[in-house]
Design a protein around this ligand. Sequence first.
Ligand code: HPA
Ligand code: ZN
Length: 338
Amino acid sequence: MRAFVRGLPKAELHVHIEGTLEPELMFELAARNAVSVPFADVEEVRAAYRFDDLQSFLDIYYRGASVLVTERDFTDLMLAYLERAAADGVRHAEVFFDPQTHTERGIDIGTVIEGLAAGRAEGQRRWGITTGLILCFLRHLSGGAAVETLRDALAHGQHLLGVGLDSAEVGNPPERFAEAFDLARVEGLHVVAHAGEEGPPAYVTGALDALGVERIDHGVRAEEDPVLLDRLVRDQVPLTVCPLSNRCLQVFPDLRDHNLGRLLARGVKVTVNSDDPAYFGGYVVDNYLAVADALGLSRHDLTRLARNSLEAAFLDDDRRTALLTELDGYVAGVALDG
Ligand code: HPA
Ligand code: ZN
């Protein structure tokens, strides 16, 4: 099954570049930049990755990001992720980054964006993988700070595909970020937001109505509101679901209870993604396999998930058609009932 899933041409649409920082690279960058990390060795870092909820994860995740200082650090981080993604059969990745995590510690936003952009270009040369960068606003900060961040980022706007919204969800509904999202849309950027991970279905509705988002990141709690669920199906709003993240952060402590199979059967355009793979124990193929195993998904279902990812990606028509044709060719050559 692993070989089958790896061979599926797919897109990854929900991955935070800071969440791909493996402990080994964390130590390498800490040494390179003479930054201290509160861990003695790689084993101690991995042992600290036990989370009760989103906030307990975010506390460690923001600390880990402090080893990222120079453009080259961001380039190396992007290349390390793209190498793994390409090996997992990812043809196209839309990668989140959290500039405010870095600008708050005195790193210039240009260092972040130009470093990541150099990694994108090199990744495409080496592995043929295409990528886009999605700037995420931290929702525990103010709406004004989001607008200011976007204005600063627009000096490097040619590298941006879109904007998103992440960090602590509960108590931070989407409406406060309407101005930043309006500006993003005026600038021709795509718009997405995390909603309905820990927060209620009303935050999903708010992200659609107040922010005009084109996809919902996570969105699993939308299932609790039948009217919203009908809307997601009718409008084919993609959800970027992250099963191993949901298990680690106790959204679904047991993957056998995960609602991805039900959402898929209901006709929601769900996709499977890794979120923060260095922290949650797996990259995108591991996520496909974990839900396939827990929910008994078939090869047909897994193919549907890969197809959804290509349909939900912000790709131009030529690239999308080429990748869908590649997927059709792949499944024509393997037994789907195996
Ligand atoms: N939710 C909110 N913020 C995040 C996440 C997430 O899953 N991962 C990284 N930042
Ligand atoms: Zn996320």
